[in-house]
Design a protein around this ligand. Structure first.
Ligand code: NAD
Length: 390
């Protein structure tokens, strides 16, 4: 039997847990999760005890023990950790956001009022440093964008590829009532708000499907050309009335974003992302093509509908992410990780890394996503004016 691919997790909280679950479901080749390291030694010890792996005292020590370094840490850490891992000759998985701009390191930095032209330039430079380090190492980079692997998006990819359709308009959304992470909400850690933190998901899927369409049609990916965007800080409005159901503790980020993208073939897409939506995670994508129309529901899905007359009855049953209440009608997720595309994502990453070839969700797609997101911030600074995507 082939030697197991050894994976090390960096970060030991929310994302590390679903990465663990996803990696454990990889089949057809042996994979071993060797251990974990995190900024907080305590949280990495708790994680290590719970999952029966080693807690490494440092990032370097973990790197030396593995083939694949899996970054489940805030966006601000992605570039330095990824570059260091590539320099040590490791394959790297990077959670979204791929990278970004996190400020000049001064105390008074506030992302929402900082020059977006500088941010766009610096974010692209950061992307290029990561991609250069990957190329120099000869190792693979997996951009952990689960929307690419969600079964509904994968089915639409097949429809686009085999039907020869032209996608005319796409729209997508990723919203909920607010991230649990203390890092989220502070630009110097998160690199932005709803746009970067949530909009990245449907946007990456949209960019991916236009690439696939172009490659199927004439062997050339269709790329984003321009973007117009508005962002708002709804929960920080003076007249916002807090009813207690939506997170409001944001420092210098937006909690609402709307993006309009045009592609180099003249077709369009619209993406919404917010922290304002009750009733669980709201993740979907709609594709309007010249020969078909598809609705991809990632969360919720309606495979099951359950009516629960009393909260207490389902207290021990997991229903769906950020649902809020279990009373009344709900759509319990039969397998939320699968419908989000996590196991499929790690399957592709492990197979690709074992063969040393680029995975479906690649560094190129990650770079395009960042180019649209930070061009969108520049557009929002200009109150929605159209900006060319670099
Ligand atoms: N794909 C998805 O659906 C999804 C969902 C949630 C989070 N994420 C992404 O996953 C990443 C982590 O998010 P999270 O929700 O787990 O955050 P979290 O706040 O729950 O955990 C962050 C972890 O990173 C560790 N950490 C911070 N700085 C570090 C450093 N310099 N070196 C080593 N460890 C460090 C912390 O100790 C902690 O264990 C973010 O990039 C986030 O955007 C993706």
């Amino acid at each position: 039997m082939a030697e197991a691919i050894k994976v090390g997790l960096v970060g030991a909280r929310f994302a590390a847990r679903f990465h663990w679950e996803g990696i454990r479901r990889v089949y057809g080749l042996p994979v071993e999760i060797v251990g974990v390291t995190a900024k907080s030694a305590e949280s990495s010890k708790v994680f290590a005890r719970e999952y029966g792996v080693k807690a490494f005292a440092s990032f370097e020590e973990l790197c030396d023990a593995v083939d694949v370094v899996d970054l489940c840490t805030p966006g601000s850490t992605h570039e330095p950790l990824a570059v260091a891992a590539f320099q040590r000759g490791k394959h790297v998985i990077i959670e979204k956001p791929f990278t970004g701009y996190y400020g000049p390191g001064t105390e008074d930095f506030r992302g929402n009022v900082f020059s977006k032209e500088v941010m766009l330039r610096e974010a692209m430079a950061s992307c290029d440093r990561i991609l250069d380090a990957a190329r120099a190492s000869g190792k693979q980079l997996g951009y952990a964008e689960n929307f690419i692997y969600a079964p509904t998006v994968a089915k639409e990819r097949e429809i686009v590829e085999k039907s020869g359709g032209q996608i005319l308009w796409m729209m997508g959304d990723c919203s909920h009532s607010g991230s649990h992470s203390p890092y989220y909400g502070i630009w110097k850690f998160s690199g932005g708000g709803s746009l970067v933190g949530k909009g990245c998901h449907p946007l990456s899927a949209i960019l991916h499907l236009k690439r696939v369409e172009g490659e199927a049609h004439d062997g050339k990916p269709i790329r984003p050309a321009t973007v117009s965007c508005r962002t708002h800080e709804i929960t920080r409005l003076k007249n916002y009335r807090d009813a207690g159901f939506v997170r409001t503790t944001y420092d210098d980020i937006e909690d609402y974003a709307q993006v309009h993208v045009t592609f180099d073939d003249g077709t369009v897409a619209d993406v919404f992302s917010t922290e304002l939506v009750l009733g669980g995670v709201h993740s979907w994508l709609e594709v309007v093509a010249n020969n078909h129309r598809t609705r991809c529901n990632l969360n919720p899905i309606d495979a099951i509908r359950t009516y629960n007359p009393q909260e207490e009855i389902l207290k021990d049953v997991y229903l769906a992410e950020k649902l809020g209440t279990k009373q009344g009608w709900s759509n319990p997720a039969p397998d939320e990780g699968w419908q989000n595309g996590y196991p499929q994502e790690f399957q592709d990453f492990m197979v690709s890394m074992a063969a040393n070839r680029a995975p479906l969700s690649s560094g190129e797609l990650a770079r395009d996503t960042m180019a649209v997101l930070y061009s969108a911030y520049l557009s929002a600074e200009r109150h929605g004016a159209e900006v060319n995507v670099p």
